[in-house]
Design a protein around this ligand. Structure first.
Ligand code: MN
Length: 321
């Protein structure tokens, strides 16, 4: 068992869970294939995708299970089925679920919210930690790995994500493994970009790291391209001669810097106006995928001049906030 990074099987489980949470069936299918080929069993994936309903709702869980079912038919039922769970424990699910919850979290879970709405406390204990977490054909660490991936792939659940990162670590996930899960989840978001992810950037030689380019429109005199950068990826210093450029940030966090000026932190909704003949670079923050639309302002004889890379030293000095 690796103590540092994730195994191939764990990566496939995290990726499947994240795609299931986003409702991206094509991404899910590819992640399931990678996992099945690496030896994750059908029953293990069923457990993850059933558990998904607690964190993303029945519709996402049902659609993900349908994708797995269809994939199995396509693959001719040749994949290892794996173990089924043992029989449920005797007695009240509320009681053993509460015990499971305490063991999993490392302390009794209480709080004002559970006094305000006791029904949700009962369902969490009896159902999520009783019925679901009592199914023992995958271990709790794997269930937490999947939960972290599902929450990290969604917006507006930061508090639950942070709790589950702590629970995952309490169940043996290392800091490096958690960082990898977050990055996998962030990459499933990046591939969901509104105008499409596109192909690996043909101008890659002028970039540090991987980026992806999708032409949005090239037909009406104002070319627009969707550019997605992996974490840490940025383009070289460059100049748009004669033609200006407008950047519209649509996903993730990133940077824009003009020569001789401090770098500007970019977030979704930001607009950057770049005048012709201005030496600059743009790219992702170190822990986030980043997507912008690049609008090329039409100009006669416009041309790009690519210059030196932004060094690791320059880049590592930036603190995104
Ligand atoms: Mn530019």
């Amino acid at each position: 068992m690796a103590t540092e990074g994730l195994t191939i099987q764990q990566r496939a489980i995290a990726e499947s869970a994240a795609y299931a949470a986003r409702g991206n069936q094509e991404g899910l299918k590819q992640a399931l294939i990678a996992g099945l080929e690496a030896g994750v069993t059908v029953n293990e994936f069923k457990e993850i995708l059933v558990q998904a309903y607690a964190y993303c709702g029945f519709p996402r869980s049902l659609n993900a299970l349908a994708t797995l079912m269809q994939l199995e038919a396509e693959r001719g039922y040749t994949d290892a089925q794996g173990k089924l769970p043992s029989l449920k424990p005797e007695g009240s699910a509320l009681i053993y679920g509460a015990e499971n919850q305490t063991k999993l979290v490392g302390a009794k879970v209480e709080g004002k919210l559970f006094e305000f709405a006791p029904a949700i406390d009962e369902y969490l204990k009896a159902h999520l930690f009783g019925d679901i977490f009592a199914r023992d054909n995958i271990d709790w660490q794997t269930r937490e790995l999947a939960t972290i991936a599902m929450l990290a792939a969604r917006e507006g659940v930061e508090s639950q994500l942070n709790s589950h990162i702590n629970i995952g670590k309490h169940n043996g996930l290392t800091d490096a493994q958690v960082a990898e899960i977050l990055q996998i989840a962030s990459s499933t978001q990046a591939k969901d970009v509104v105008f499409g992810f596109g192909e690996e950037n043909p101008y890659g030689q002028y970039f540090s790291g991987k980026s992806y380019l999708k032409p949005i429109t090239t037909e009406n005199g104002v070319p627009m391209f969707n550019v997605t950068f992996e974490p840490r990826c940025r383009n070289n210093w460059h100049i748009h001669h004669k033609s200006g450029q407008i950047l519209l940030v649509t996903q993730g966090r990133g940077w824009y810097q003009e020569w001789g000026k401090p770098a500007r932190a970019l977030k979704v909704g930001d607009v950057v106006n770049i005048s012709p003949e201005t030496k600059h670079w743009h790219g992702a923050a170190k822990d986030s995928w980043f997507t912008h639309i690049a609008v090329e302002v039409p100009a006669k004889d416009g041309a790009n001049e690519w210059l030196e890379p932004v060094t690791d030293e320059e880049y590592d000095n930036l603190e995104w906030k």
